[in-house]
Design a protein. Structure first.
Length: 297
């Protein structure tokens, strides 16, 4: 006779516990109004150099790039980290955006990069000199950074130009972590778009709300001139290995070197969610389709 009441109490308590458990709120953009200004200023702009206003994304993550090329500033009391540097022409604007966001460029401690193309590292030499920061590159890309040339194996080598050469201050391997005060950034090798393509992961917090971020490098299979991926099985294998790795990742909030790839502007404006669980897999699916199309006769 006592079993039924005990069972009832147990079930009631179970459901009470479920409904009493707080549901974690989705992370929100830090400054939607600034994100909206970004959209308005960048409407119809298509070049790599078009200036954009700085926008705080979340916590200590700031967008300080141009309308079409992402540059991120990760701030810390022990020195900041700049991810990418846009083109040489845009570099003074990047510097101005850091100041407009309220930070001293001289407090940038490290400059890290995604991949060795002029639209993402063209401003690196200028910003290294202007900030006094040290430059970190993945070991696989060292020779290209030192020479400023485009790799002869690059699928775009026939139609893109190089950039001002830079002497790296530190070389890192995939899986290693860069420290700047409380910041911990882990380097990931994601080759394909270039041999040295590099992605980064870290955690940023607003109060007790801490979120994982992934700066996912370009994984698009872009062939220019007479280059054809079907003639380069080693490059195809490189892409497929990268796709497989990213497919398995827990990416958290995803940002990309070209903001349109991951709807960065819409996220900063609060139009789209800052976090989308399937982001990495959606980007990989699109990249796979592009590579498959490029392999057709």
């Amino acid at each position: 006779m006592t079993i039924r009441p005990l069972l009832f109490c147990s079930i009631a308590q179970f459901f009470a516990l479920i409904f009493a458990t707080p549901v974690l709120a989705a992370p929100r953009a830090a400054d939607p109004a600034a994100g909206q200004r970004f959209i308005e200023q960048c409407k119809g702009k298509e070049t790599f150099d078009d200036p954009a206003p700085p926008v705080r994304v979340f916590g200590n993550v700031w967008y300080v790039g141009t309308c079409n090329v992402t540059v991120l500033l990760l701030t810390s009391p022990k020195g900041h980290v700049l991810i990418d540097s846009a083109t040489r022409e845009a570099a003074p604007q990047i510097l101005a955006n850091i100041k407009a966001a309220g930070f001293d460029p001289k407090d940038v401690r490290w400059i890290i990069s995604s991949h060795e193309h002029f639209d993402h590292v063209g401003g690196l030499a200028f910003l290294k000199e202007a900030t006094g920061a040290e430059v970190v590159v993945r070991d696989a890309a060292e020779a290209i950074f030192r020479s400023g040339t485009v790799s002869p194996a690059d699928p775009q080598v026939q139609e893109i130009h190089g950039f001002d050469p830079v002497t790296p201050d530190r070389l890192m391997k995939a899986g290693q972590t860069l420290h700047a005060g409380p910041l911990r950034l882990t380097m990931l090798a994601t080759p394909g778009h270039t041999e040295g393509s590099t992605s980064w992961t870290w955690q940023s917090c607003t109060g007790a709300d801490c979120q994982k971020f992934t700066y996912l490098d370009s994984i698009s299979a872009l062939q220019l001139g007479s280059y054809r991926f079907r003639d380069h099985p080693e490059r195809v294998a490189m892409f497929n290995a990268t796709f497989g790795m990213i497919d398995k990742m827990d990416c958290g909030i995803v940002l990309t070197p070209h903001p349109a790839v991951s709807a960065v502007a819409q996220r900063m404006a609060g139009i789209e969610p800052l976090f989308k669980k399937e982001d990495c897999r959606v980007i990989v699916k699109s990249a796979r389709a592009r590579l498959d199309a490029a392999l057709l006769p």
